[in-house]
Design a protein around this ligand. Structure first.
Ligand code: DP6
Length: 370
C-alpha cells in the first residue's frame, strides 16, 4: 500500500474433511492429534475485505456488519455475536503482529500498517446462508488471514506474485490461519489437501470430475461447538486407539486418491464418519448432532453401502460436526443422485458445489486521500 489508505479483497472456500480433525494436542495453537484429509470447495466460500487507514491513530480494528462491496449479490454478512467478533479481531491482531517476520522470510517488505501504524475495518460475507448448517469457520478464518496478510505488505503486487508462485508462502499463511481455526489451514490449497501437525500438503488425486452436495436437513445452530467437541471426545472409551486408526485410514485414503479408487475413498469416508460420530455419542456426557432426518438419510445410505450395486461407484458420504450429510460423486452422476434424494426425501434443500483450488486474492487498491 503506497497511499494513506488501502482496500484488500479476497475469497476463501470452505473444505469438507474425509479424514477428520477431531481432538487437539494443543488447544492454544490448534495442533491436531491426528492428520486429516479434505476436499477444498469452490462456491461455498467467504468473501473478506480489509480497509486500512494509516491516519487512524488508535491502531485498532473494527468489524462492520456489511458484505464486502464486490461480494456477489445475495451474499450476506454472517451477523456475528460479540464473542465471534472478538475471536476474529484478536486473530487479525495475531496475523498483523506475525506479518513483518513472515513477509520478510519470503522477501516481501512489510508496510507501516504491519508495524502497528493505522487502523482497519473488516467486512466479510458467506455465500452459504448462515442458517444452512454449514460451518463457516474454515472459510472465514482463511479469508480474513489472507486479507490481513495482504494488507501488511508494502507492495500488493509483489505479495500477489509470491502468493501465486510459492507454495511455502501459502503454507506459512495456512499455519497462521490454523491458529484461528484449525480446519481453515486446509483451505489454502486444493482440491485435495492433507494436514499433519503444523504442515499442509496438496495431495495427488486421479479421480473423475466431481460434484459435492450438502443435504440440508437442519438449519439450527450447533448445540455443541466443534471447539468443545474436540475436548469432549477424549472422554469416550473409543478415544483409545483413535489416533492410530485415523492415521492408518489417512495413509490408505492417500493411496486410494492417487490410484483413483473412488469405491475405496467412499468406504474410508463412510467408516471415518461413523467413527467420529461414535466418539460424540460415547463421550462423557454423550452428545449428538443428528436430527431425525439425518438418521433417515444415514439409514438409506447404509443400505446403498451394503448393497454396493451402484454401478461400481459408491457415493462418498460424510458428516461434519453437524446434522447435514455431504455427498461427493462423479459429475456424470450428480443429477441422478439429486433425483433419487428428491424422490425419497422430497423437499430437502440441496446445496451444490465442486472441488476448488483454495483461497484467492481478488483486488488491492490504495488511495492517497479520502
Ligand atoms: C468436525 O476447525 O472448527 O469439521 O480448530 O476449534 O476451530 P477449531 O475447530 P474446527 O474443527 C473442525 C472439525 C470437523 C472436522 C474437520 O474439518 O476436519
Amino acid at each position: 500500500m503506497r497511499g494513506v489508505a488501502g482496500c484488500f479483497r479476497v475469497k476463501a472456500p470452505s473444505n469438507i474433511a474425509l479424514i477428520k480433525y477431531m481432538g487437539k494436542k494443543d488447544s492454544a495453537s490448534n495442533l491436531p492429534e491426528n492428520g486429516s484429509i479434505s476436499m477444498t470447495l469452490e462456491e461455498l466460500c467467504t468473501y473478506a475485505e480489509i480497509q486500512v487507514d494509516l491516519r487512524d491513530e488508535d491502531g485498532a480494528g473494527a468489524w462492520v456488519d456489511e458484505a464486502p462491496a464486490d461480494a456477489p449479490r445475495g451474499v450476506r454478512a454472517p451477523g456475528l455475536g460479540a464473542a465471534g467478533i472478538e475471536k476474529i479481531l484478536s486473530h487479525l491482531g495475531r496475523v498483523r503482529g506475525a506479518s513483518p517476520d513472515l513477509l520478510a522470510t519470503f522477501g516481501l517488505e512489510p508496510s507501516p500498517f504491519a508495524s502497528g501504524r493505522g487502523g482497519f475495518t473488516l467486512r466479510s460475507a458467506n455465500t452459504f446462508p448462515q442458517a444452512s448448517g454449514i460451518a463457516s469457520s474454515a472459510s472465514s478464518f482463511a479469508a480474513v488471514t489472507l486479507a490481513m496478510a495482504w494488507a501488511c505488505a508494502a507492495s500488493p503486487s509483489d505479495f500477489r506474485e509470491v502468493y501465486m508462485e510459492n507454495v511455502e508462502f501459502r503454507r506459512a499463511l495456512a499455519g497462521i490461519s490454523r491458529r484461528g481455526s484449525g480446519s481453515s489451514c486446509r483451505s489454502f490449497e486444493g482440491p485435495w489437501v492433507g494436514w499433519d501437525g503444523d504442515r499442509t500438503l496438496a495431495l495427488e488425486a486421479n479421480l473423475p470430475e466431481l460434484r459435492h452436495l450438502v443435504l440440508v436437513v437442519s438449519e439450527r445452530a450447533k448445540r455443541v461447538s466443534s471447539s468443545q467437541a474436540h475436548l469432549r471426545i477424549k472422554s469416550s472409551p473409543l478415544w483409545k486407539g483413535r489416533v492410530e486408526r485415523a492415521e492408518t485410514r489417512k495413509a490408505t485414503l492417500t493411496e486410494a486418491l492417487r490410484a483413483g479408487d473412488l469405491r475405496a475413498v467412499a468406504r474410508l469416508a463412510w467408516s471415518e464418519t461413523w467413527e467420529m460420530h461414535g466418539l460424540f455419542h460415547t463421550a462423557e456426557p454423550p452428545f449428538t448432532y443428528w436430527e431425525p432426518a439425518t438418521v433417515e438419510l444415514l439409514q438409506w445410505f447404509s443400505g446403498i453401502m451394503e448393497d454396493d450395486v451402484e454401478g461400481g461407484d459408491l457415493p462418498i458420504v460424510t458428516l461434519d460436526a453437524g446434522p447435514n450429510p455431504h455427498l461427493i460423486c462423479p459429475a456424470s452422476r450428480v443429477e441422478g443422485w439429486k433425483a433419487r434424494i428428491g424422490e425419497k426425501f422430497g423437499g430437502i434443500r440441496i446445496l451444490e458445489d465442486r472441488p476448488g483450488a483454495g483461497a484467492r486474492l481478488i483486488s488491492a487498491t490504495s488511495k492517497d486521500r479520502e
